[in-house]
Design a protein around this ligand. Sequence first.
Ligand code: HPA
Length: 292
Amino acid sequence: MTGTGTVRLPGDDASVAECARILRERGGLRPRVHLVLGSGLGTLSARVEDPVEVPFGELPGLPAATVAGHAGAFLMGGLGGVPVLVQSGRFHYYEGHGAATVLAPVRVGRALGARIVALTNAAGGIRSDLVPGSLMLIDDHIGALFRAPLAGPLRRGEERFPDMSRPYSRSLCTLAESVARELRIRLPRGIYAAVHGPAFETPAEILALRAAGADAVGMSTVPEAVAARAGGQRVVAFSLITNRAAGLGMESLDHAEVLRYGEEAGSSLGRLLETMVSKLPPPRTRPGISAK
Ligand code: HPA
């Protein structure tokens, strides 16, 4: 694909295929689940068995991660006996990246064969019970990024007009809830709103999001969920509440606070994810992903 005259852009189909080829070669596994770990949630990486780590910067078209608390690497190995691709860190619009870069990791995971995407993020709590240290199972979302992730050429394996009437898998949500009950972890459902960032919201913006139905707010996840659905993957997503959203708490907001809570409650989320992965029903015998 790199022959004379072929232009390859970061995150385009050819780059994604090349990233997947390199990961397949180095990791030697076909992951069932692609886990995306957000700010401060990197602790789960230590639980991966026989890990093979590939930093983003070693893959064509993927920049090295720039945000503190985001490690910026793929890890391939086993989790709860299941082959997984763990992505520690992600790319955000607020770093100045375009959709092709923000979505490249999801597309790479899909090209490797992952049929399930588990997304995590740090978020500000809007609903009154979502205090710092809480977890929330994302039931639905509001894209308030003012950027459409799928605008542009149709990408390999994706639908032009994906149905988003049920973005998060019912059965994976039910499994997450039953594992949370078993582990005695509180896991209420809620609606996640994604904003562009990097500035935190104003109190007036939070009131507007609350009126629109948002329970938590963050700066990621929605683009990845949309791309994963467009590619026929099943999605489950969790917010780790690191602060009360602007105007609802006592304090002003800062990124260090986000990271501190990420590390604390992140361990519950890590246990939940690991147990959940180990309880996934056996894969349906559907080879690969149909290119629509
Ligand atoms: N707003 C947006 N993104 C966030 C927040 C917040 O309050 N907390 C963690 N990520």
